[in-house]
Design a protein around this ligand. Structure first.
Ligand code: LMR
Length: 399
């Protein structure tokens, strides 16, 4: 029966890391996956994470199962991080929060919820978006469609197209939005535009579903980066949110995140959480303990929370610095082209506009590994490699 199984193509993002690993080229550079690297291009474990780990180790906690909904201290921390600890929705107990397996696992539980309780509704995702969104909703049998987002002419947001498509979607659709630092474009709506999107969701009775994977990486401030979901909640919308600590706490492999729903009442929140638990139980039973303890220690402790903010700003700052250096290098090597997009985009990525054939040139000739959509992760770049990358980009654009 297995003879008929066809070979699946490598994942468009994680497959790039596999190809990079296999390469023997000394100049190779991995700008594929969105994972933070130090100036030495090494993975980075935050000092505050090491500190929390020490505390956890010394507390000699057991390895019992967590409840299906996860660690209470973590769930509290995560909702505080999203809404701010004194938010009325928290006081009114109308937040259902389920610890889950980072962004993907949380989205998948959310997709499961949609397929059971919002049957027949379509999820609208931005064009382009993170490649895994399509898999996650598709694999749960949830229908998805694109809304316009990126305008290649202006290398900016197609706000008019986005509003038209969200407006044309049937009432009560689910609108997937990136909380901040849109992946892959690095282009976010401005505050006025966010406000208009929220008002349109209210008018259309749409359900906003925020994917919050880069909180802290847009502005360097955890609070400022939660402005969009907070605005929607403050306008009275009920929202679904997936949260990930992979990037901002550097807990990639620990799979730390949550599926959070801010709903109309305490009673609804209780019922919603009971169903999220039912979905998680069949999917993976209960979430892993270790990373959740780390996140909870840090967010729930004022000193460690402060240290995290400083380190977070440091990571965002390093990315911004290489962004500026890359733009300057490109401007000096190819002055005829407008490179301002490099610094107007935010977050971990730059969406370069390189075509698939040009990306091939980047990888085959220059051994720079990146995704086919033309995205590069600036978190994987350092000052020493800026000139090399700029040479490769200029060569690829010119050919
Ligand atoms: C990315 O977009 O590179 C990250 O979100 C990692 C992933 O899982 O794809």
């Amino acid at each position: 029966p297995f003879e008929q199984v066809e070979l699946q193509a490598p994942d468009p993002i994680l497959g790039v890391s596999e190809a990079f690993k296999a390469s023997k080229e000394p100049n190779k550079l991995n700008l594929g996956v969105g994972a933070y690297r130090t100036e030495e291009l090494k993975p980075y474990v935050l000092d505050v994470v090491r500190k929390a780990e020490k505390k956890i180790f010394e507390a000699k906690e057991n390895k019992e199962y967590l409840p299906i909904e996860g660690l209470d201290a973590f769930r509290k921390a995560t909702v505080d991080l999203l809404l701010g600890p004194s938010h009325p929705a928290i006081k009114e107990a109308r937040v259902a929060a389920l610890q889950s397996l980072s962004g993907t696992g949380s989205l998948r539980v959310g997709a499961g919820f949609i397929s059971r309780f919002l049957k027949g509704r379509t999820v609208y995702i931005s064009n382009p978006t993170w490649g895994n969104h399509r898999n996650i909703f598709g694999d749960e049998g949830v229908k998805w469609e694109y809304y316009r987002y990126y305008d290649p002419e202006t290398v900016g947001l197609d706000f008019k197209g986005m509003m038209e498509d969200i407006s044309a979607a049937p009432d009560g659709s689910i609108i997937l939005l990136h909380g901040c630092a849109h992946n892959p474009t690095g282009i976010d709506p401005n505050p006025e535009q966010w406000s208009q999107i929220a008002d349109l969701c209210i008018k259309k009775k749409h359900i906003p579903f925020f994917d919050v994977a880069y909180q802290g990486f847009a502005t360097g401030s955890l609070d400022a980066d939660a402005a969009a979901p907070r605005l929607f909640v403050d306008k009275g919308l009920e929202v679904m949110v997936s949260q990930s600590y992979s990037k901002n706490l550097g807990l990639y492999g620990e799979r730390v995140g949550a599926m959070v729903m801010i709903v109309g009442s305490k009673d609804v929140a209780e019922r919603v959480l009971s169903q999220l638990k039912r979905i998680a139980r069949a999917m993976y039973s209960n979430p892993p303990t270790y990373g959740a303890r780390i996140a909870a220690e840090i967010v729930n402790d004022a000193d460690m929370f402060g240290e995290w903010k400083t380190e977070m700003a440091g990571m965002a700052g390093r990315i911004n610095r290489v962004r500026g250096e890359l733009r300057a290098a490109l401007e000096s090597k190819y002055p005829g082209k407008d490179w301002s997009f490099v610094t107007s985009q935010i977050g971990m990525f730059s969406f370069t506009g390189l075509s698939p054939a040009q990306v091939d040139n980047m990888t085959k000739k220059w051994h720079i590994y990146m995704t086919k959509d033309g995205r590069i992760s600036l978190a994987g770049l350092n000052s020493a490699k800026v000139g090399y990358l700029a040479d490769a980009m200029v060569d690829s654009f010119k050919n």
